[in-house]
Design a protein around this ligand. Sequence first.
Ligand code: 5GP
Ligand code: MN
Ligand code: MN
Length: 324
Amino acid sequence: MTNRIANQMAEELRKASRVALFSHVSPDGDCIGSTLGLGLALEALGKEVYMYNSDPIPRNLGFLPGVKKMRTELPAPFPKVLLFVDCTDLQRVNLESGDFPADSLILNLDHHISNQNFGHINWVDSQASATGEIAYELIRLLGVKLSQDIATNLYTAILTDTGSFKYSNTTSKTHQIAGELMDSGIDFGDIHHHVFDRTPLAKLELLRRGLNQLQVLAQGQFAMMTLHKVDFEEIGAEESLGEGLIDHARTLEGVEVAALLKEVNAVIRVSLRSNRWFDVNKIASHFGGGGHKRAAGCTLEMPLEEAKELLLQTIEEELALGRS
Ligand code: 5GP
Ligand code: MN
Ligand code: MN
């Protein structure tokens, strides 16, 4: 089944002369790495490629080959073929269906269990650790040689979504693909250095404040971290610097569920993680978001204190139900 869908998607891309790629708001290594890897591969096939993200690129991804080609303005005119990368639904891109021509061909390439199958062709594989794995397969199907630039982007996509190959989404296939990418001559030490080992002081400052506001709840099973608007303002940190801080709450001994609540503009951005059994996608989906079983997110439009109460109550209830 997937083979047929994969071939259909490759065929549509082969036929297209112009393609626009879209990735999700609050971008991460997977959506940017997969977009750039695919974008460069399509360019190698002679296509005119437009790569869009509505938000700025996180600082630690600024080294990715081709990153200067990313645009924050929508393409004009729109190409016929639109490829959505690592997006569960159109809202994740800040797009409404009226924002692009009705006769567009929508290709949906993703690995989220909560994907809404919003495309004409939906290649959604929730077994894949990262959209980067699926992008790798698509590039292979297209017959494009894995250049060092393409491989650097795909490796970064997989590296970031697997938490350096340690989350439970990592499979032997993940390692096989990473091995192929390493064989294309990438400097993986340099990639790790750029992605993880150049922490801006502002990020440590955010962590300091996050830890100050850490609460361990539900008999030690739930750890909740909060960052207020003023924390970001006083430090001069952008929201994307909060990425990864939640792991300090998740890895606390005895914790099954962790949440990071960030007060951003007038809304609360919630990140959720679990360790062994708790389904955070269920909680995020309940509040209009989504993601995976072990990593998910949503946005709550209410004051921070209310959001904390609501989350605590919902998660406590779900924890009380226990493992199903
Ligand atoms: P993070 O907590 O790192 O922002 O996101 C964790 C996972 O949940 C990622 O796979 C991300 O794409 C997904 N996710 C985060 N926020 C949302 C949201 O508001 N809606 C949906 N559908 N997925 C989200
Ligand atoms: Mn993502
Ligand atoms: Mn992803």
